[in-house]
Design a binder for this molecule. Structure first.
Ligand SMILES: CC(C)(COP(=O)(O)OP(=O)(O)OC[C@H]1O[C@@H](n2cnc3c(N)ncnc32)[C@H](O)[C@@H]1OP(=O)(O)O)[C@@H](O)C(=O)NCCC(=O)NCCS
Length: 182
């Protein structure tokens, strides 16, 4: 797969580049992001390595975007479709936003845009979303991006605090009603 750019109102989803290293490194200092996304980027080299992986879609198993303000180009967050499985027509979605961009619906709009693209362009039928039970803000993203709650996965994932947390599983199917604002 080759990277593609997506437009979502005031948001632009573009591919990552090495030029994003300083912004990503700054974002990674946020304790919430370190806990719930567990991206091991503590040095600039870590950030560059992260960006290199995210910018390379050639394996076909992920599609990853920087979410930026369409007007200013400033970095607002990240959204990634991963575990893409063409045979099963499935994928999963992950995301974060920089602290200054939170509370404005950036993550739900970015997740919605990525789901629509996956349904349309990859013939994906089911996108899964998981978050730690304690991460209520992420559950709100799921709800606002049109996902339906499916259940609780017990001690299913080790997060950045080193602890295996129960997770809540949500999914959006290609024929589920899209979110109202989408
Ligand atoms: C979870 C996260 C992605 C939400 O992104 P967002 O762009 O702020 O999404 P929204 O604006 O829709 O806000 C979602 C919820 O975050 C909470 N929230 C609102 N303002 C906030 C702020 N300034 N700071 C933190 N959380 C806030 C609210 O509970 C909100 O729900 P509401 O709409 O019912 O009020 C973001 O808080 C984040 O990056 N957190 C740390 C990393 C993380 O949890 N990643 C997801 C792993 S599964």
């Amino acid at each position: 797969m080759e990277p593609v750019e997506l437009a979502a109102g005031a948001l632009r989803l573009r591919s990552w580049s090495a030029d994003d290293a300083d912004d990503v490194l700054a974002a990674m200092q946020d304790p919430l992001l370190r806990r719930w996304n567990a991206i091991p980027a503590t040095t600039r080299e870590d950030a560059v390595a992260f960006l290199r992986r995210r910018a390379d879609w050639s394996a076909g198993d992920h599609a990853s975007w920087a979410v930026v303000d369409a007007g200013t180009g400033g970095l607002l967050g990240s959204v990634s479709l991963h575990s893409i499985d063409r045979a099963q027509a499935g994928a999963a979605v992950g995301y974060w936003t920089v602290p200054a961009a939170r509370g404005r619906g950036v993550a739900p709009r970015a997740v919605d845009a990525v789901c629509r693209w996956a349904f349309r362009e990859l013939a994906v039928d089911r996108v899964e979303l998981c978050h730690a039970v304690e991460n209520a803000a992420s559950g709100r993203v799921a709800e606002k991006a049109g996902f339906l709650f499916e259940g609780r996965l017990r001690r299913s994932y080790r997060y950045g605090d080193g602890v295996k947390h129960d997770e809540l599983l949500w999914a959006r199917l290609s024929d589920d009603p899209p979110p109202a604002a989408g």
